[in-house]
Design a protein around this ligand. Structure first.
Ligand code: SF4
Ligand code: SF4
Length: 266
């Protein structure tokens, strides 16, 4: 269950109390009613079985999410909602490919069903695309390892249905405002490497706004071993501390492995 951490109810509140507070249009946290309702709905979305992204996140984080209530600040969900909204918008523009392609595979060994939703499945070209929204793109950190595993899990699942992936792409899209030219203050439009030439003639380098990475595709046996290992680690509540991940983890206060307080990325 999700509960908000806020000044009005320092001891915690129910979803109904929170929405009632927001329905009066000027809640002390400043969040509008529609935003909070969308956050609660997004969180409560029914997810049966094991999802591909459950395998790629920290195993302890996933295990804790199944048994401990999440207490969060209303503002923490902005980027998640923006990401969901952008995915829903992009769904309408797909050429001849299928957007939000749902797939499930029963894992006999683990007696559970692995489910996934592929952002774009282009059967004609044998290509899958996964969109990632982010604040900034740091070229030396993308594609992230967990995103590469995610598309490999999709490719493995599609192969189980006799659909063969030849190429997997991960498309990063920033949702933060563009940087401005230091000379003329126009918004900068950098290319994928971050290089730009402004209309005023100023040139330079900054973080790109978009970046599409080609993910390596692994041998199916390697992917199967990954699935087995992740499920084993979830069952053991094994921590996988990574600086940025622990910072955003709702369980960082109760996790002895947390790197949320000044830890280094691993
Ligand atoms: S609307 Fe904001 S201030 Fe009101 S209870 Fe919910 S989180 Fe707290
Ligand atoms: S704080 Fe870090 S290691 Fe601990 S559960 Fe969260 S993501 Fe995992």
């Amino acid at each position: 269950m999700l509960s908000m951490q806020c000044v009005r109810y320092p001891e915690g509140m129910t979803k109904e109390e929170c929405l009632e507070c927001a329905s009066r249009h000027c809640a002390p946290c400043g969040a509008p009613y529609a935003y909070l309702q969308a956050v609660y709905d997004d969180y409560a979305e029914e997810r049966q079985g094991l999802h591909v992204t459950d395998l790629t996140k920290c195993p302890r984080q996933y295990a804790l999410s199944k048994k401990v209530d999440v207490v969060a600040d209303p503002s923490e969900y902005r980027s998640i909602l923006l990401g969901t909204a952008l995915h829903e918008f992009l769904e309408g523009y797909t050429l001849e490919a299928e957007a939000e392609y749902g797939i499930s595979v029963f894992l006999e060994k683990h007696d559970t069903t692995l489910r996934g939703t592929i952002d774009l499945w282009d059967e004609k070209q044998g290509a899958i695309v996964d969109y990632k929204t982010t604040g900034n793109i740091y070229r030396d950190t993308v594609p992230k390892e967990e995103h590469v595993w995610q598309v490999n899990l999709y490719a493995w699942m599609l192969a189980k249905k006799n659909k063969h992936v030849k190429q997997a792409y991960i498309s990063y899209i920033t949702v933060s405002p563009s940087r401005k030219c230091k000379v003329c203050k126009r918004p900068l439009i950098p290319n994928m490497d971050g290089r730009y030439t402004c209309l005023c003639g100023n040139t330079g380098k900054t973080a790109p706004l978009f970046y599409t990475a080609i993910a390596p595709l692994y041998n199916p046996l390697v992917v199967e071993a990954y699935i087995d290992d992740r499920i084993r680690r979830i069952n053991q509540e094994d921590p996988e501390p990574i600086g940025w991940r622990c910072i955003w983890c709702p369980f960082s206060q109760m996790c002895d492995a947390s790197l949320a307080d000044g830890g280094e990325d691993v």
